[in-house]
Design a protein around this ligand. Structure first.
Ligand code: DNO
Length: 350
């Protein structure tokens, strides 16, 4: 496996030097953040990230994310033009050595949480999603700004998009994903860049918006749209794992065996009785995900893709981007290294 760490660029309080000091760290996961969805990424910006990583002995070979314009997801407006721009961005990323691009096909919003700084008994804080905080909110009526949502939309734009997605429905969204992938994957193949779709987080509809990358059936359907190793998964244990219908180690085993996982996001969540969840430390005993079983399934299937520790808690007084501080993610990386070392040596000596 190739260990990686997400870096939000030069303004990230977590520096590349910090990242390079984490044992076993190989790759940097980053993106061009100052360009809107649907626009071409300047080569200068990509080269800048690459050069900065080079200086620190790290490799910039994963992008997370090249965002998919809402017109592509809705199959309207300048959809085809935006798909061409997307293809050009794949080519440009490939030019600086990128081998994997993560994206998602979630309508309007990326991940959804109701609070970003829920304090645990030990004083650490983490991201949580409590249904009791969500219920009763109606985005068509209320002025809602949930943490993590793109603040660049006005409330009227959000309402218009929610109506449009309501009309489109799940099958419409699948159709548009198919149109996107059948054009994009041949370019990815040509450029030797694996496209890794991130599952919907959480993997069920929120506010009636369709969500389609949610469970085994939908992952199978997605992979069949274009049956190519370049049409791959970013398997996020925390996103798929916050619904009790997903058996995470079983799914990892299935898709690792089929060689369709390009990128693993490893983190832990604690599922609560009403379906709410809290993000927890990476260690299996801290939450509902069996990280050992996940890593064992990867090692048994000779997984050689990318892995990154995902959201960490805020600990030791760190101030920074919720989920993306240095300390708890570095602990996660070290834990992941330990699991891989143990599983690899157990398997070798068997
Ligand atoms: C959350 C991340 C997601 C992910 C995108 C990929 O922290 O896992 O925002 O980067 O969904 O497009």
């Amino acid at each position: 496996m190739k260990l990686s760490f997400r870096w939000y660029g030069i303004s990230d309080p977590v520096t590349l030097q910090n990242i390079s000091q984490i044992p076993g760290m190989r790759s940097v996961v980053s993106a061009v953040y100052d360009v809107k969805p649907g626009e071409v990424w300047p080569m200068d910006s990509l080269n800048f990230i690459k050069d900065e990583c080079d200086k620190h002995g790290l490799i910039f070979d994963i992008v997370e994310s090249v965002p998919v314009h809402e017109d592509i997801k809705l199959g309207r407006g300048k959809c085809d033009e935006y798909i061409d721009v997307y293809a050009e961005n794949i080519r440009r990323c490939a030019k600086v050595g990128v081998k994997c691009i993560t994206y998602n096909f979630m309508p309007v919003f990326d991940w959804t949480r109701t609070q970003l700084d829920k304090k645990a008994k030990d004083g650490s804080t983490s991201l949580v999603m409590y249904f009791e905080q969500l219920n009763g909110l109606d985005p068509l009526k209320d002025d809602i700004h949930l943490p993590g949502w793109d603040a660049s939309y006005t409330q009227d734009e959000v309402r218009e998009l929610i109506y449009a997605y309501g009309k489109l429905g799940e099958e419409g969204l699948w159709r548009n994903l198919e149109r996107f992938l059948t054009k994009i994957i041949p370019v990815a193949e040509e450029c030797d860049v694996k496209m890794a779709i991130h599952p919907d987080d959480p993997p069920y509809p929120i506010f009636g918006l369709p969500r389609i990358i949610t469970n085994e059936q939908s992952l199978d359907r997605l992979l069949k749209i274009v049956d190519s190793p370049y049409n791959a998964l970013c398997f996020c244990t925390g996103s798929l794992g916050c619904a009790s219908f997903n058996d995470i180690p079983k799914l990892v085993e299935k898709y690792a065996k089929a060689d369709r996982i390009a990128f693993m996001h490893i983190r832990n969540v604690k599922l609560l009785d009403d379906g709410s969840f809290e993000e927890r430390a990476h260690l299996s005993s801290c939450g509902s995900i069996d990280a050992f079983a996940v890593v064992k399934a990867l090692v048994q299937n000779n997984f050689d893709g990318y892995v990154r520790p995902d959201h960490g808690r805020m600990i030791w007084g760190e101030v920074g981007k919720p989920g993306y501080g240095l300390y708890d993610r570095a602990l996660g990386a070290t834990y992941i290294n330990g699991l891989f070392e143990a599983c690899e040596s157990l398997l070798k000596n068997k």
